[in-house]
Design a protein around this ligand. Structure first.
Ligand code: PMP
Length: 360
């Protein structure tokens, strides 16, 4: 079987050994004569899957005991609302740093709940970079400060996380588990699973317990983080199959050397593509500037739209999947999450180099 050269932005490539293990266990999980999908979420088999995934994530991301891990549903998009519903009290202001469309969406939801303030934004420069600290407004006295750690659409990434005196909230949907992170520094991290953690259907939350206890949500029991924290994410039926897959992906991540090993590989992979762009004498233009380029989503354009169209068509003929940029900005984007093999990136870099030679 030939695996596709899958550069999709999400849902994205999963590690082949994970898919194969899931396939093997699919109809008969551990000799039970049932699929894990068919089992009660309160039974002993699922219980081991649930607590196993949580323990693996805690270990891989070095989650301190001060922090809680939750498995929720609703995608990262529901977190855009849940964060302000829980933590933006009357008379308080939440701060947002805008680095792309997903941070804009997060801000829009917070505006519905309470007062907000844009602390910094790179919108005027087409989100080509992460605003430097010197460009920030005053972040004192905020209820929290929200950032998007990796900008999936524009291809920029925070390479260092800021120190701040207010709770730091990060949407890590497109780079969670791609590098070591000082998890304890964050008030709350959230991420949809479908890029680096597994299939879509589960959203991972890592939150400071003390901060969670200060939530004042009275809108809905279900939208209260504490409902899920006190029920170990089993308040209602969780997405059991997605959490099972998450556990398998985490087991695979351990075999890759954890976040250090994954980061090393991710940097090697992105270097292949950035080298092709930088050595192309302007044929390929990277969208990201000022060292803000993402190791997860490499975005670039060609000299004109006709060439771009042709490039994407030829790439598709050569078996490359998902290289078109997001529908909102066009251009090209190679998403090279943890599970995208080095060899696939090598093939893409070679293809880019030879395409340029034939067309410039
Ligand atoms: N935030 C970021 C950074 C994303 O890349 C995405 C999805 N591409 C989302 C939020 C929305 O995630 P979901 O579809 O899980 O709601």
């Amino acid at each position: 079987m030939v695996r596709a050269l899958n550069f999709s932005a999400g849902p994205a490539a999963l590690p082949l050994p994970v898919l194969e293990k899931a396939q093997k266990e699919f109809v008969n999980y551990q000799g039970t004569g049932m699929s894990i999908m068919e089992m009660s979420h309160r039974g002993k088999h699922y219980d081991a899957v649930h607590s196993g995934a949580k323990a693996r994530l805690k270990n891989l991301m070095n989650v301190p005991d001060t922090h809680e891990i939750l498995f929720l549903q609703g995608g990262a998009s529901l977190q855009f609302s849940m964060v302000p519903i829980n933590f933006l009290k009357k008379n308080e202001t939440a701060g947002y740093i805008l680095t792309g469309s997903w941070s804009e969406k997060a801000l829009k939801e917070a505006e519905k709940i309470g007062k907000t303030k844009v602390i910094a934004s790179s919108k005027e420069s087409l989100y080509r970079s992460i605003p430097s600290r010197s460009e920030w407004g005053d972040e004192k006295d905020l209820a929290y400060l929200h950032i998007t750690s990796n900008n999936t659409i524009y291809g920029t990434q925070w390479h260092e996380f800021p120190d701040t005196n207010v709770p730091l909230v990060a949407d890590m949907s497109s780079d969670i588990l791609s590098r070591p992170v000082d998890t304890g520094k964050f008030g709350l991290i959230y991420a949809g699973a479908q890029k680096n953690l597994g299939p879509s259907g589960v959203t991972v939350i890592i939150a400071n317990k003390q901060w969670l206890s200060q939530s004042t949500n009275s809108l809905s029991k279900f939208l209260d983080y504490n409902t899920h924290a006190s029920a170990d994410s089993l308040y209602n039926t969780p997405p059991t199959f997605a959490i099972y897959m998450l556990g398998l992906v985490l087991e695979w991540a351990e075999e890759q050397g954890g976040t250090e090993g994954l980061e090393r590989k991710n940097k090697e992979k992105s270097a292949l593509l950035y080298d092709s762009i930088e050595s192309s004498e302007g044929f390929y233009r990277g969208h990201a500037l000022n060292g803000s380029g993402s190791h997860m989503n490499v975005t670039f354009t060609l000299p004109d739209q006709d060439l771009e169209k042709d490039f994407l068509a030829k790439a598709s003929e050569h078996g490359f999947i998902g290289l078109n940029g997001h529908r909102s900005i066009g251009g090209c984007r190679a998403s090279i999450y943890n599970a995208v093999p080095y060899e696939a990136c090598e093939k893409l870099a070679e293809f880019m180099n030879s395409y340029r030679k034939n067309h410039s």
